[in-house]
Design a protein around this ligand. Structure first.
Ligand code: LRH
Ligand code: MN
Ligand code: MN
Length: 424
């Protein structure tokens, strides 16, 4: 299904008067409003192909109905999200959960909806039915060269799919690690991983990047071979300029200062991008901003300051992706909420009074520095997001429009109630 612009406009018309009043109110206190709106309008976040169905847990899966049954239908759903918020113009594929068998028609469908393909993700954390060697004891770090070779070939295959689709990055996350002390020689595991990644790196086209994701635990619970940003950065530095570290917000031990990690990776030119989500306990993959929106704002504050210092283009310099999915919400509504939360944090970071903050820092005026940050954080920037969306032809309120138009009912009619999308 495709959402026509005039249908979105009709609903916008009902909301426009209230929107104008809200915008006027917030606009008063913002310097350089137009520049902020332009940055918000240019900002897009990639949608993961594995989040368009209702996610499961290891205990069960409850489909909400109308889930995409194919990659084409997933692309259509991203098209719906993008039509509503004008901020989700790409899709990140996980292979082999989604195999673009007919790349040229897949690409054509996407571009017809104004979409392109973001990073492609490899999967060596599950065994596929036809594969020769098992990943039970890891993949790129495996003690057996034949297993490592199979995992390398999979990554190269994923690059090849990505090339056909116009992607520019390979995202690698390994579940490789150990469950018990003594199971693994850490140094050899790391060296095997580096050697394997080097072969994958050598297969990258000139204009491609490889993004190395880290995670301290799960599914292994004693060690993970790329367990933290230090280990990822070590690999990225050894590999070369096309390699960088991907930060998945859920991949940290509780209370980690993620904004500090982000700041330093950016300084080193080694911040590949993000997998956005939120969490309370572990890698919960909850909707972005649903648990700790202040942390998200603090991350964006570092990003905006660091990018401006380095003269980077906010919207294109790094990869912006969502990696969240779960089992109780409508996946489209959930993704709309995640994008909205990211844009809110970004807008709040844009309106921080940077000059005043720098002065406060240089004067060791701690209370004032906090006031400046929280002044931005406590500003209701939603009318700015709505205005940017409106200017791009999107909805003033994407979720209410999605509900008003009864999109899910239409999808259920088209696809049925017993649908299970591939993914987590
Ligand atoms: C691992 C992870 C990684 C995978 C995705 C499905 O926890 O974050 O990015 O590719 O989940
Ligand atoms: Mn991730
Ligand atoms: Mn994860």
């Amino acid at each position: 299904m495709q959402l026509e612009k005039y249908i979105i406009d009709e609903h916008n018309n009902e909301l426009i008067d209230k929107h104008r009043r809200n915008l006027e109110q917030v606009a008063e206190g913002i310097n350089g409003l137009d520049a902020v709106l332009k940055k918000l309008a240019a900002f897009n976040i990639a949608i993961p192909s594995w989040a368009l169905g209702t996610g499961g847990t290891r205990f069960g899966r409850f489909s909400g109905g109308g889930e995409p049954r194919s990659l084409e239908e997933k692309i259509e759903d991203v098209g719906v999200i993008h039509a509503l918020n004008r901020s989700s113009n790409s899709i990140s594929l996980h292979i082999p959960w989604d195999i673009p068998e007919n790349a040229s028609s897949i690409k054509a469908l996407a571009s017809q909806l104004g979409l392109h393909f973001d990073a492609v993700n490899s999967n060596t954390f599950q065994d596929q039915p036809d594969q020769k060697h098992s990943y039970k004891y890891g993949s790129l770090h495996h003690v057996d060269k034949a297993v490592r070779e199979q995992a390398i070939q999979h990554n190269i295959e994923v690059i090849n799919y990505g090339v056909q689709l116009g992607s520019k990055a390979l995202s690698v996350w390994l579940s490789d690690g150990s469950n018990f002390p003594g199971q693994l020689n850490f140094r050899k595991a790391f060296q095997n991983t580096l050697e394997s990644l080097q072969t994958i790196y050598d297969a990258l086209p000139d204009d491609w990047k490889v993004w190395i994701e880290y995670k301290p635990f799960e599914p292994n619970f004693y060690s993970t071979t790329i367990g933290d940003w230090g280990q990822s950065l070590l690999l990225a530095n050894k590999l070369g300029g096309k390699a960088a570290t991907l930060v998945d917000l859920g991949h940290h031990l509780p209370n980690t200062n993620i904004e500090q990690i982000v700041s330093l990776l950016l300084m080193e030119g080694k911040l590949a991008g993000f997998h956005f989500n939120d969490s309370k306990y572990g890698d919960d993959d909850l909707t972005v901003g649903s648990i700790n929106p202040y942390q998200l704002f603090l991350i964006f504050n570092e990003l905006v300051e660091g990018m401006d210092t380095r003269g980077m283009n906010h919207s294109t310099a790094i990869g912006w992706m969502i990696d969240a999915s779960h089992n109780v919400k409508d996946p489209i509504e959930d993704l709309l909420q995640s994008v909205q939360a990211i844009k809110i944090a970004y807008a709040q970071a844009l309106i921080v009074d940077k000059k005043a903050l720098t002065d406060a820092q240089n004067n060791n005026d701690v209370a004032l520095a906090q006031e400046i940050l929280q002044d931005a954080y406590r500003t209701d920037v939603r009318p700015l997001i709505a205005e940017a969306s409106l200017r791009m032809g999107g909805a003033l309120n994407p979720i209410s429009t999605f509900r008003r138009l009864k999109v899910r009912d239409q999808l259920i009619k088209e696809r049925g109630t017993q649908t299970v999308a591939t993914g987590l």
